[in-house]
Design a protein around this ligand. Structure first.
Ligand SMILES: [Mg+2]
Length: 237
């Protein structure tokens, strides 16, 4: 259960974090990325898949690799690959209710672009709950996990890392968050521990249920310990 008493700002990744990977949306997007590479570079599907993975590993996103090595127009690329069918993703009223109850600011920090983010958040029925969407265009197409993009986001928020929590499904994207003092929550089915991951949860709803229990009178009997807050960090409420 995540201790959020010192958290003032909750930073959420979007894709595969605010909805489950089993929806297959990212598979749709990977297919479109492959198609884009096939058309743009005149290669077959297998080669396109290799290129996609190589750039993703080297640059954080395929797009960053295509921009750096081939001068691809990132806006055109984004428009092409986000033309996906959202019907497998279902809005969740309980998630909305608990997100709204989080005591602090809520923002999105995504490697997708703002059009996709707004479309997805609207589809999920939670667009109004986030005060800002920091998309990849706002950080100069320098995607997570580039440390400077996290620093930009903190600067815009006027916030210190230790007062932020970050929820992410991509493990590597939590490393810089931790380095900047954030509380890190890995949204995953994996069972492995990492020094830069404070908490793990199978999905955001499960995490929110835990936080909600903590905040609203210990239905599970968890008592916040006084010694959890040795530096006198303030309660977010
Ligand atoms: Mg993600």
């Amino acid at each position: 259960m995540t201790d959020i008493r010192h958290i003032r700002t909750f930073i959420f990744d979007l894709d595969n974090t605010l909805y489950h990977p089993r929806t297959g949306l990212m598979d749709q997007m990977h297919t479109l990325i492959g198609l884009y590479i096939m058309r743009f570079m005149g290669v077959d599907a297998a080669m396109a898949d290799q290129i996609r993975r190589r750039y993703w590993q080297k640059y954080g996103t395929t797009m960053a690799g295509l921009v750096a090595e081939h001068g691809v127009d990132p806006h055109q690329f984004m428009e092409f690959v986000h033309n996906i069918d959202l019907s497998e993703v279902n809005p969740c009223a309980r998630t909305r209710e608990l997100l709204a109850a989080l005591p602090g600011r809520r923002v999105i920090f995504t490697n997708a672009d703002h059009r996709h983010a707004e479309r997805m958040l609207t589809h999920l029925g939670i667009a109004d709950l986030f005060e800002e969407v920091y998309d990849v265009t706002r950080v100069g197409f320098t995607p997570k996990p580039a440390l400077q993009s996290y620093e930009k986001v903190l600067g815009w928020l006027g916030e210190e890392g230790q007062h932020c929590a970050m929820l992410e499904d991509s493990l590597e994207n939590l490393r810089p968050a931790h380095a900047l003092g954030m509380t890190t929550i890995w949204v995953t089915d994996a069972q492995e521990d990492h020094p830069f991951v404070h908490y793990r949860t199978p999905d955001v709803l499960t995490w929110l249920e835990g936080v909600s229990t903590h905040e609203h009178g210990n239905r599970t009997g968890h008592e916040p310990r006084e010694d959890e807050d040795p530096q006198g960090r303030r309660h977010p409420a």
